[in-house]
Design a protein. Structure first.
Lengths: 311, 462
């Protein structure tokens, strides 16, 4: 466990440096004059002229060489200073905190709802078998085959416009969270309910599952004592993968529902050439990636300690 | 003597096909009953039918009386654990891989016997102490040897108080020394009730005594008192089964055509470590062309590791392996695996596998048919995959595959331990015969000292 954590910390440092450097290079190599783009974001597209651009260039010291800029960035990073937004002038860390909070809220809510859908459906399919199993297989494939924004638009049309139950987009109240979370949850559950079903079916057919009943334990006791944990092994790992991949995949839903998350914010920052925000967001996402992976690995290890030499 | 279990004309069908022909038997208190027969003779179906564990695709006919009452399937299932229990064939698979051993016993005391958690733990601890597993109580099944896992499974199975025990191949894959212990444990656990054992091992039938039923392909061929039947078998098949015990094999004939003094391989002062533990050290021997060398020893002593080390599949921690034959290609140092199905892919037919081999090594086509005839392999198996042929056929096919490459050295890792005795005898004899003919040196690992003694020229004991 200690060795694993140490390895992860090392990984974290590498990820932070790698992601930061890569975004730096990529942003520098984008076409167009940076000063103009930043000025456009600051003052509006119509108010930009070469004077404003020159002012921005001077203020932000954009003329310094690439190496000097990189060096500054690296030094700042070592002091945990992500800098200020080139557009708003506010500290990057505040903007990211705000965006990340919303993204995490949406991601966790989506995952939670997807678990609430996938686990009962998967278990029920494994337990009952056909025809229920085939029906859910078809349904899952259908939802999975749809791009997630189609699902979202469908929900907006149905629940927001037709029935007026929930707001179309935006944020602030719990009601705003419902549709984006549900969209996310359904697209996640479409796959994960099959994983639950396969794992459960595998476990129900296992010799040890039968032996537990032969020993005299009731069906429920057998499920509780031998089913849950064994079914959980692949399922938890899969939910972990989903959570991690959601950080990048959530962009679509955030844009659709105008959710002020990090994916949404990152896209805007790229249009505005707001390099510190882009770097900051990419960095934080990289860190989150490693942190969540570590968390999931630790959880999996706790459920299934095989393979690790036990003292 | 009360009758605990009475079967009247119990038969098992899949669709219209009869897998187990009608059989009647009585299991009496204190008198163990053993059903002896080859794999695939429908023995296991009988135990599953009694328990009410037949798969949905199978149906059964006849009456099953338990404790003097005809019971339905649900009523029999209600007896599980408390009165009636079945031991699994493969204890490793029958134990929860994630749960510590002691908890798998304690949960029975707690949930079946209704003891408090502390009492249940204490009882389980005592049980494990009785079967010599006190030190391994907190290990998971994956950390136990086959014999330990079976002792744990027996403890868990009998903790609920059941005295009528059905044991389906309880000693499959276990060393001889472990086998006797398991049989004694089963005997002691069933002392107040009775024991119905299903096995292909004549030695177990002899050790258990009581009454004996001999089955062949779903049909009862002979029954009676175990010792009578085994000392004076009437049926041809029973005699064949008894003769297939390595103990009764003819001794190895020393007059060997191809045996030379030409050395193939020399091992000097070998030592092997695995997982920080030294398995053995200072092992030295040499193997000659056409010689069959046996390796015996308890499970976990490093028999298989020795063979792998000779092939260069495992590093040695000390010592030297010298190959005297320098002209042989790397693929002429081969291994024959213990579990034939896991040594083949099931996604293509055996014919395709054979063709790939022939193409890769430019093997002359005309060599194949005679060798297949010799190995008693019908041409039709080439159309099938490894899942559709019997274990014996598959292992013979593995031998065919190996011999086509003209091996100079073949490491046979328990090549017949997963086969039933009659097939095992055939396969072993063929392997030894062909190896001697072709001058291939063989290192044969086995957990059965009798088998090694009867087939090998020299024996290494680890």
């Amino acid at each position: 466990m200690k060795a694993m954590l140490l390895k992860r910390v090392l990984q974290l440092v590498t990820v932070v440096w790698g992601v930061g450097t890569l975004t730096f290079i990529l942003m520098r190599s984008l076409p167009g004059d940076m000063a103009y783009r930043i000025a456009a974001s600051r003052y509006g597209q119509d108010n930009v002229n070469s004077e404003a651009a020159a002012l921005v260039r001077q203020e932000l010291n954009l003329d310094q060489g690439a190496f000097a800029a990189y060096w500054h960035w690296l030094l700042d990073l070592l002091q945990f200073n992500l800098g200020h937004s080139l557009v708003s002038g506010l500290p990057v860390i505040d903007a990211i905190q705000h965006m990340l909070g919303h993204s995490l809220l949406l991601a966790l809510a989506g995952l939670l709802v997807s678990i609430l859908i996938a686990v009962p459906v998967g278990l029920f399919c494994a337990w009952r078998g056909n025809p229920l199993d085939s029906i859910f297989m078809g349904l899952s494939s259908m939802i999975r085959a749809m791009p997630v924004f189609v699902l979202g638009v469908l929900f907006i049309l149905l629940f927001a416009l037709h029935w007026n139950w929930f707001p179309v987009a935006g944020f602030g109240t719990p009601a705003h969270l419902v549709l984006p979370a549900l969209t996310l949850a359904l697209s996640l559950a479409a796959v994960s309910n099959r994983v639950v079903r396969d794992s459960a079916k595998h476990t129900f057919q296992a010799a040890f599952y039968q032996f537990s009943k032969v020993k005299g334990l009731s069906a429920w006791q057998t499920f509780r004592r031998h089913g849950v944990r064994n079914i959980a092994v692949p399922v938890v790992a899969f939910f972990g993968i989903q959570l991690v991949s959601m950080i990048e995949g959530i962009v679509m839903i955030e844009s659709l529902f105008s959710w002020p998350g990090i994916g949404h914010g990152l896209a805007h920052a790229i249009f505005a050439r707001d390099i510190p925000v882009i770097q900051g967001a990419a960095l934080v996402m990289g860190v989150l990636f490693v942190a969540l992976n570590t968390l999931v690995d630790m959880l999996c290890l706790w459920i299934d300690p095989r393979g690790v030499r036990e003292a | 003597m009360s009758v605990l279990l009475k079967l009247t004309n119990v038969a098992v069908f899949v669709g219209d096909t009869c897998l187990l022909e009608p059989i009647s038997l009585e299991l009496k208190q204190g008198q163990p009953l053993t059903i002896l027969g080859q794999t695939g003779s429908g023995k296991s179906l009988l135990a599953q039918a009694i328990m009410g564990l037949l798969p949905d695709t199978l149906s059964f006919q006849g009456d099953i009386e338990v404790f003097g009452k005809a019971l339905t399937l649900e009523q029999r299932q209600a007896l599980w654990g408390r009165d009636l229990v079945m031991l699994p064939q493969e204890p490793w698979h029958a134990l929860d891989p994630l749960m510590k051993g002691i908890n798998q016993v304690a949960e029975v005391y707690q949930h079946v016997q209704g003891k408090s958690q502390n009492d249940a733990q204490a009882s389980a601890q005592q049980d494990l102490l009785d079967v010599g597993l006190a030190d391994s109580a907190h290990k998971r099944p994956g950390q136990l040897s086959g014999g330990m896992a079976q002792r744990l499974a027996i403890s868990a199975a009998t903790a609920g108080g059941a005295h009528v025990i059905l044991a389906d191949e309880p000693t499959k894959g276990l060393d001889v020394s472990r086998r006797d212990g398991i049989v004694r444990l089963l005997q002691s656990r069933s002392i107040e009730g009775s024991l119905l054992t299903i096995t292909h091992d004549v030695a177990i039938a002899r050790q258990l005594g009581g009454s004996l039923l001999v089955m062949k392909q779903g049909r009862l061929v002979e029954q009676g008192d175990a010792l009578d039947v085994l000392t004076n078998p009437q049926n041809h098949y029973t005699r064949e089964l008894i003769a297939a015990e390595p103990k009764s094999w003819p001794d190895v004939s020393v007059a060997l055509a191809n045996k030379t003094t030409e050395t193939v391989l020399v091992a000097e002062n070998l030592a092997i470590e695995r997982g920080g533990r030294t398995l053995f050290e200072n092992v030295s021997f040499s193997i000659n062309k056409g010689e069959v060398v046996g390796v015996v020893g308890d499970s976990g002593c490093g028999k298989s590791s020795l063979g792998d080390a000779l092939l260069g599949l495992l590093p040695v921690s000390a010592g030297l392996v010298t190959r005297s034959n320098h002209t042989a290609k790397p693929y002429q140092w081969l291994k024959l695996y213990q579990d034939p199905p896991s040594a083949f892919t099931s996604s293509v037919s055996l014919g395709t596998l054979l063709k790939d081999l022939v193409d890769l090594h430019n093997i002359a086509q005309e060599r194949i048919v005679p060798l297949m005839t010799r190995l008693n392999l019908p041409e039709s198996i080439l159309q099938r995959t490894c899942l559709d042929v019997s274990g014996g056929e598959l292992q013979r096919f593995a031998i065919l595959r190996a011999l086509l490459l003209d091996p100079v050295f073949l490491f046979a890792d328990e090549p017949t331990s997963r086969l039933d005795p009659i097939t095992a005898k055939d396969v072993t004899n063929l392997l030894v015969e062909l190896a001697r003919e072709t001058g291939c040196a063989v290192l044969m690992v086995s957990h059965d000292p009798d088998l090694v003694r009867k087939t090998c020229d020299t024996v290494i004991t680890l």
